[in-house]
Design a binder for this molecule. Structure first.
Ligand SMILES: [Zn+2]
Ligand SMILES: [Zn+2]
Ligand SMILES: [Zn+2]
Length: 133
């Protein structure tokens, strides 16, 4: 009597999510970008590390279209794919900015709002220009 245990586990899901990579994921796959389903892509160690270091597109999409440069630091960003879709912002006048620069600018904008509150008092009041921020 042959007792056949049905082992119909989907073996394809053991592969790295990166379609350019034929490696198998480890038991504890690395987390990648957010998928449209809301899940995170599961990657092999190599792809996962590349993603964590922000080099995933540099390595796997180097010849793809959609590369643009950050207007501030000129860093190359692959705007043409989901992997990098969270690493840049679209600028109002056109162009893009990497998230690092965008975050700096957000702080600057906040600062200028603070500065604008420090309006010098008119001389008639006899008070020195003051800023109590
Ligand atoms: Zn991989
Ligand atoms: Zn890419
Ligand atoms: Zn930048």
């Amino acid at each position: 009597m042959a007792s056949t245990t049905p082992s119909s586990s989907s073996s394809s899901s053991k592969l790295c999510f990166n379609s350019d990579c034929k490696d198998f994921k480890s038991d504890r796959p690395k987390k990648g970008w957010r998928l449209r389903t809301g899940d995170l892509a599961q990657l092999c160690d190599r792809c996962g590390s590349a993603f964590e270091e922000g080099r995933f597109c540099d390595i796997f999409h180097a010849n793809a279209s959609g590369w643009r440069n950050c207007e501030t630091c000129r860093k190359r960003i692959h705007c043409g794919c989901i992997v990098s879709s969270n690493t840049f912002v679209l600028l109002d006048p056109g162009g893009i900015e990497c998230f690092t620069c965008a975050r700096k600018n957000i702080i600057l904008v906040g600062f200028s709002i603070v500065v604008r509150k420090c309006v010098p008092l008119p001389p008639l009041s006899g008070l020195e220009p003051s800023c109590n921020v």
